[in-house]
Every structure is written in structure tokens, then in C-alpha cells.
Ligand binder design. Sequence first.
Ligand code: MLT
Length: 407
Amino acid sequence: MNEQILNPYYDRLPGSYLFSTIAKKIKEYQASHEDADIIRLGIGDVTTPLIPQVISAMHKAVDEMALKDSFRGYGPEQGYDFLREAIVRGEYIPRGVNLDPGDVFVSDGSKCDVANIQELFAEGVKIAIPDPVYPVYLDSNVMAGRTGVIDSIGHFTEVTYLSSTAENNFQPDLPKNPVQLIYLCSPNNPTGTVLSRETLQKFVDYANANGALILFDGAYNCYIQDENLPHSIYEIEGAENCAIEFRSFSKTAGFTGIRCAYTVVPHQLQKIHAMWNRRQCTKFNGVSYVTQRAAEAIYTAAGWQETQNVISGYMKTAALIRNELTACGYTVFGGEHAPYIWWKLPKLANGVQEKSFDFFDRLLSTCEVVGTPGSGFGPCGEGYFRLTAFGDHEQTKVALQRIKERL
Ligand code: MLT
């Protein structure tokens, strides 16, 4: 085969996707340590079973599929009205946001949506992304040829990076160069920190003044404990004219294996709304009926309560990690409004900052605990390490005990 037929931009990507690299490292360790007792606090995958309301909604929907009168084939590509309406009622109206259910596009995952959305934009569009952040925003734009090449510090030459670090209290400044697409993630994956109302207003005003678009990833919004912090970009004045919001049932309701999410494209963004609709109708056949009934069930009174209980359980684990690491003398961020703890790695005895991938190996070999190296989320993540609170609570306790005793 002639390699010239291939998309050349794939060669610009880092070797493999972050979480595939981690999975490979774990497999290699297991292969050489037969009795390994590994505790996984790496990928943010949920461990608590689906809530009873979701399970019974799924059973009921399955039974409907067994009868001629209630059987369903293809559903609407945008999602069933019952779910789009439930999302608006359950998520947005209580926060004072009046969305049109027709602006909600149900999908099988936010990862796919945040990666797919970039195909609506011209190749030459300039993007800004936080550093550190969930790697999919960058990787999907690298694949599309929009980023230039990587430089010596690990930044792509055509991308504007928005440093989100302890030094700026995880509140990035506006882009220094003109950009047309701005990715924001709050609560941030991986730092677990939340963008303030002031920061969001600054970005919305910038976008409206400069004809830019904000792509706001709110996959972890349900973990925000302070009701005064913004959960949605649409709580910010003017955002309906310049922002798309991505949300997921994965972390809200334990759907990482079930697959259901939604993307809000306000009708005010007329052309983009029409283009996303066109894209979904052409390339996507909707989420299964059973799954959408399952998602709808979290918005019943009982479903909502059960969901909040699960979230509280994960936040209890987040507090445990924060407190134990702090008691050991480490500096940590996040974990108060998000299920991620951002651990600042101390300097080594020789005064050198340990690289986060080296720490990954050391933590695995000394404690058999897995986390995620900060540099996998961008150069500003170097010297940091992410732990997830989605693990089993008792296992996490064991992991922390090992860290305390062996590191
Ligand atoms: C993470 O660990 O960052 C997430 O689980 C990845 C994802 O949601 O795709």
C-alpha cells in the first residue's frame, strides 16, 4: 500500500493514547509479577454499580422491546424527546438556565463528541486549550492537521496553551494570540479544580467580542459541592451565543460501560446547530432506547437521590485521598468539587524534580498502586500525578496505607 494515501497528521501524535500507554505499562508489570496486587487509581472509571432506578428502567425497556406494540427500531439521531426534556428539567432549569430541549443532542459519549465536534471547523482555525487537560481535545485536532508540530517543551506550534496551574490558582488567562476555538474543562480533568464565575465570564466576553466559540466540557459538573460555583457555561451571561457544552452520564450515573452523554448546541448558534445536526444524522444512529430510558431514570425523585448518594460516596473517597496525602506532608489540589486529586510530586533528595512518568513506575513497583502521570495531560502537568476517587473506597485506603509506609 502507498503510505501517501494515509492521513499524515497521525504521525504527529504522541506514540499512543495516554490511557492505552498506562494500560500497557500495567500489563507489562503484571506479566513480570505474577502475584501482583495492583490497586488502580489511574483511569477515571467508575466502580459503583448502577443505581436501582436505572436497573429497573432498563428491565422495563427491555420488556417493551419484546412486544410488537412497544418494540422500537432506529430512534431519532438527536435522542428521544423524553430524555432531552428530562435533561433540561433535571439539569438546567434548577440552575436558572432555560434551554430548548431541541438544543440537546444525546450521544454515546462525551469523548466521541468532543473529538468529533472539531470536524465542523475549518482546517486553519486557531485553537486554545488548557494545559494540563484531558488529551482528547488536542489529539483530535492534531489528527485534523490544525496544530502544527511539537516543539522542545512538548507544545504544538500552532496551538495556544492556557496554563492552568497552582501559580494562577487554576484560572487561566485569556489567550495571548487570536484564536477562534477555545476548549475549557470545569471541573478540570486532571486537576480537579473549578473555573470561577469571573473566569468564565471573561472567556465568554472574549468569545463574543472576537467571534470565537467556546467548547465547554462539563463532564464532572455533578461533583461540584458548592452551589455558588457555576455548573454550566450557560449560567454565564451571553454564553448561549458563543458556547457548546458537553456532558456525560458516565461519571454522573456510572454509565462508562453503558454509554450515554449529551451535547448542547444552542439554537442561537444557528449554523453550527444545523451542522451538528447534519453531522449526527449522517454519521450516527442514536443511542439505544434501553440506554436512554436508563438515563431518564436518574431524573426521577428516587433516581436523583440514589445518584446523589453514589456521588457522595466518591467524594468521601476523594476527601480520604486529599486528607491522607496532606497528612503525609504532600501538597494536593482538587478533590473538593471533582473526583480527581492533583498531587504535586516533591523534589527528590538530590533536589531534582522527579518526572511524572518515572514516579508512575516507582509507585507501581514500590506500592503496586496505579495513577496517571501529570505530563500525559500536557507539559504543565509535569511534576504532578493524578489519583482518581472512583476506585473502591476500602481498596483506596489500602493504597494510601502503602503510600504512607513505602514511599
Ligand atoms: C479519565 O480518566 O481521564 C477519563 O476516564 C477518561 C475519559 O473519560 O475518557
